[in-house]
Design a binder for this molecule. Structure first.
Ligand code: AMP
Length: 408
């Protein structure tokens, strides 16, 4: 894999005895009884936290949870303390006590807990979004966060596309400001591997609408050798070519755009593959009647909900020739089992190719959900943790949370 690096990293920072403010993404789903229903994000934060602990840092973790309007108990980070402590081994380790937590993310109480932290000790700050100043990127609030620590580590890739006080503002007042391991890995793959790919380089773009993926498609057209399109967006491309698309999802105002994207691909020498057959349904439902038809002849009243078997074969054969693959967006309505076949086939193909040494990157959003549902997440080179952030990176946009780091 290519490893172009553009920001300073954790391994370059002097950590022993230092107070380190770590922006993590602990925005986990909680049920009505405040039980964590998916701890993936907490687990993803653990490598950076453990590294800091083992290097004698005093850790101050901060995160947002949900979208609270002011102080809202149901968005408190307190329910996360037991699980975080457990994952860090702090329940059983005699040297340290469990993760500490006060009632705020700034102020005297928090400062006192920080002063008492031992090396390797961990304090979790309360939800930074309890202050409206967080999302406003208020400099005074950022300074208060910065005043708690000697070093800033940003490991919250999922919020790096937002210029908030804890993701961007704080880095102006707290140096060194470096990337954590999770952030670093995302940048290595989504920037490094995409900028200097082993070729042939393929992108697979799916999802519902072409309008939400224009930026990604345009940016990737300048980089890839092969572009495979699937999902709901293909019907806009078909209609632009004069095919009958029945009741499939079409963005009428994007027909010209679809045509121009096809022309751009040709001009740039990118081989653009659209599915040759589709699975159509008589209604948008899990129990719809379905059949496979050529892409050019979808009957009236039917709608395309997945790519067909010939397309799966063609896509698979095309992918066999590649060395780097980036995938964003499902091939069909994978939420319905009957129309998940195309997405599953692509996920399995990528897993197979990863084992053969191909670099495979699943770039956020629903394709990640599909890969995880299939239990294939571990079989990819990289699964991006940030939906919006990975999309913006793939569009070639700089992320404020990354730009704020040293040497960015
Ligand atoms: P996106 O968030 O743009 O990546 O879109 C993901 C969504 O696209 C998923 O919820 C899929 O159900 C939906 N999708 C995929 N293929 C189709 C299709 N053929 N028609 C309608 N929606 C689709």
């Amino acid at each position: 894999m290519a490893t172009k690096r553009s920001v300073s990293t954790l391994k370059e920072a002097d950590l022993k005895g230092k107070r380190v403010l770590v922006r993590v993404d602990l925005n986990v789903p909680l049920d009505d009884n405040l039980n964590i229903t998916d701890d993936t994000r907490i687990r993803a934060a653990v490598p950076t936290i453990k590294y800091l602990q083992s290097h004698g840092a005093k850790l101050i973790l901060c995160s947002h949870l949900g979208r609270p309007k002011g102080v809202t108990p149901k968005y408190s980070l307190k329910p996360l303390v037991p699980r975080l402590s457990e994952l860090l081994g702090l329940e059983v380790c005699s040297l340290f006590t469990r993760v500490k937590m006060g009632n705020d993310c700034i102020g005297e109480e928090v400062k006192k807990i920080v002063d008492e932290l031992p090396e390797g000790g961990v304090l979790l700050l309360e939800n930074v979004r309890f202050y409206k100043e967080e999302e406003k990127n208020d400099p005074e609030f950022a300074k208060k966060l910065a005043s708690l620590a000697d070093v800033y580590v940003n490991d919250a890739f999922g919020t790096a596309h937002r210029a908030h006080a804890s993701t961007e503002g704080v880095a102006k007042y707290l140096k060194p400001a470096v990337a954590g391991f999770l952030m670093q890995k995302e940048l290595d793959y989504l920037v490094g591997a995409v900028a200097n790919p082993k070729r042939p380089f393929a992108a697979i773009v799916g999802g519902s609408k072409v309008s939400t993926k224009i930026g990604v498609i345009e940016s990737l057209l300048g980089k890839v050798d092969l572009l495979l399109l699937g999902g709901g967006m293909i019907f806009t491309f078909y209609k632009a070519q004069g095919y009958s698309v029945g009741s499939s999802l079409v963005e009428e105002d994007k027909l010209d755009l679809a045509t121009s994207l096809m022309e751009k691909a040709k001009l740039k020498g990118v081989s653009l593959l659209l599915p040759t057959d589709v699975v159509i349904a008589d209604k948008f439902a899990a129990d719809a009647n379905s059949k496979v038809v050529p892409a050019s002849s979808i009957p009236d009243g039917w709608l395309g909900l997945d790519i067909g078997p010939d397309s799966i074969k063609t896509f698979s054969e095309a992918l066999d020739t590649t060395q780097t693959i980036i995938w964003n967006g499902p091939m069909g309505v994978f939420e319905f089992d009957k129309f998940a076949v195309g997405t599953e086939a692509i996920a399995k193909k990528l897993a197979e190719l990863t084992a053969k040494g191909v670099t495979t990157i699943v770039g956020g959003g629903d394709s990640v959900a599909a890969v995880e549902k299939l239990g294939l997440a571990e079989k990819m080179s990289h699964i991006s943790t940030g939906g919006g952030a990975s999309l913006e990176l793939l569009e070639g946009k700089p992320l404020p949370g990354v730009l704020a780091l040293d040497d960015a």
